[in-house]
Design a protein around this ligand. Structure first.
Ligand SMILES: [Zn+2]
Length: 244
């Protein structure tokens, strides 16, 4: 289950203990979505500091709530050169990761692959930073499908995507992935909005086949507007797929 802190991070630590105990009792694996109002490439110092604080708050509250991984939309390019932006993000992540031992020793910081070409977050960008800091990204194949205006929608392409993932962050990391999936509407400008699976062009069954074939473990969060319905649709299909 994904805990939605997309508007703001809660402040009551007692409530975090309740979340942790409930999740443990029901054996539910928790991830979290950090607030949308984050731009680690903001030229405005105040906004940059506020972005870092939101990420640190989400990570430290997740530590208390027993949440395993926190996904973050890292930044916008703001018309700047992507290599320069990469360095800026790297530096911000470095500062955040310096607090890991103190604030969030058991929580993963998952930079998300993003759906619009104006957003920082190609697969290679998030993998490169993740490798450096010993973390793993939130892989959203629907975003990558939209970002490339219809690419990444076949078994071959998803296999290649996971091979790349493995090459960067290691074989073991395939066993505890943080994945998002949904249908998606897009244009040459990338993502427009998320769609229910059956109203989209997503070859979602093929995607689940690939996860099974490559023995991928971890968690897959449904980001469909038909949240529960599509979660069950994917779960039921996944359970029918046999290992090759
Ligand atoms: Zn997201």
């Amino acid at each position: 289950m994904e805990v939605e802190w997309v508007q703001r991070v809660p402040v009551h630590t007692e409530r975090m203990r309740e979340i942790r105990e409930t999740a443990e009792k029901l054996d539910i694996y928790l991830t979290c979505h950090a607030p949308y109002y984050i731009n680690l490439n903001s030229p405005d110092f105040v906004k940059l500091q506020a972005s870092k604080k939101r990420i640190l708050d989400a990570l430290s509250m997740s530590e208390l709530a027993g949440i395993k991984s926190v996904c973050v939309h890292p930044a916008f390019y703001m018309g700047m050169d992507s290599k320069k932006v990469f360095e800026t993000i790297r530096k911000a992540i470095d500062e955040i990761m310096k607090q890991k031992d103190k604030l969030f020793p058991h929580v993963n910081l998952a930079l998300e692959t993003m759906g619009k070409p104006v957003q920082f977050g190609t697969l290679k960008e998030v993998l490169e930073i993740s490798r450096e800091f010993g973390i793993y990204p939130a892989v959203d194949p629907a975003h990558l499908h939209a970002r490339s205006n219809g690419g990444l929608n076949t078994k071959e392409e998803w296999t290649e995507m996971l091979d790349t993932y493995e090459k960067y962050v290691g074989k073991e990391s395939l066993k505890c992935m943080h994945i998002h999936f949904s249908g998606i509407a897009y244009s040459i400008h990338g993502e427009r909005r998320h769609l229910p699976l059956l109203e989209s062009d997503a070859r979602w069954q093929d995607f689940l086949d690939v996860l099974k074939e490559m023995k991928v473990g971890g968690t897959l969060v449904s980001e469909s507007p038909l949240l529960e319905e599509d979660t069950l649709r994917m779960k039921r299909y996944y359970e029918t797929v046999r290992y090759c």
